[in-house]
Design a protein around this ligand. Structure first.
Ligand SMILES: Cc1cc2nc3c(=O)[nH]c(=O)nc-3n(C[C@H](O)[C@H](O)[C@H](O)COP(=O)(O)O)c2cc1C
Length: 185
């Protein structure tokens, strides 16, 4: 793992992205921005155009926010509750309550939709921090998605308070190309 700076030539939307560990609690995400973030996810590619994603959105002050915030883990509650928007991400893994896969790429496709949403957010001056630090079982009981649907992650979206950390850890490009075939460590 190397402490790295983003290389010249990387698109500024990618180079400038980071997961903030603090959000400005006074910065709201308005309806138009929320709509554009969902449009960005909507237009992502997916296996067979299955579009297996779903979202539960909530903003501070909305009743939905009070349904989600109690399920944050202590580690994420420190910053996620301040974000202007919290999104619970869901994927449709199975057909109804059967074991039949809806799409073997359901999680892959959801991740891609979130990547689109992340870049759209960055273009609008908003930052995204994805996280798994929440009570999955408790949140599932609270939101009760339909059979076949699973909560995967949450994302906090808002104005970052503070700068990106200097020198972030990344595997090298050479490692990306060789690791699958390297002798195991
Ligand atoms: C699926 C997923 C789950 C994550 N879970 C957490 C989490 O529970 N808590 C946290 O602080 N960050 C979480 N992260 C953020 C990563 O730690 C972060 O993206 C990574 O360290 C790289 O930092 P960067 O996004 O600033 O480049 C998660 C990211 C992803 C994609």
């Amino acid at each position: 793992m190397r402490h790295d700076q983003e290389p010249p030539g990387l698109h500024p939307l990618l180079a400038g992205r980071f997961s903030p560990s603090r959000f400005d609690p006074s910065a709201t995400v308005d309806d138009r921005s929320l709509g554009l973030l969902l449009e960005a996810a909507r237009w992502a590619p997916s296996a067979g155009n299955s579009q297996p994603w779903g979202f539960f959105t909530s903003r501070p002050g909305e009743p939905e926010h009070e349904r989600v915030v109690p399920h944050l883990a202590p580690s994420s509650a420190r910053w996620a509750a301040d974000a202007g928007l919290l999104v619970v991400t869901l994927t449709r893994r199975h057909v109804g309550d059967t074991e039949l896969l809806y799409s073997e790429f359901a999680d892959y496709d959801l991740g891609q939709a979130i990547a689109h949403m992340t870049v759209q957010a960055q273009a609008m001056g908003l930052a995204v921090h994805q996280f798994r630090a929440f009570d999955l079982e408790g949140l599932t009981k609270e939101l009760r998605p339909n059979p076949g649907w699973a909560i995967v992650s949450m994302i906090a979206v808002g104005k970052a308070a503070g700068e990106a950390p200097l020198g972030r850890d990344r595997r090298s490009v050479a490692d990306l190309l060789s690791a699958p075939w390297s002798p195991s460590e």
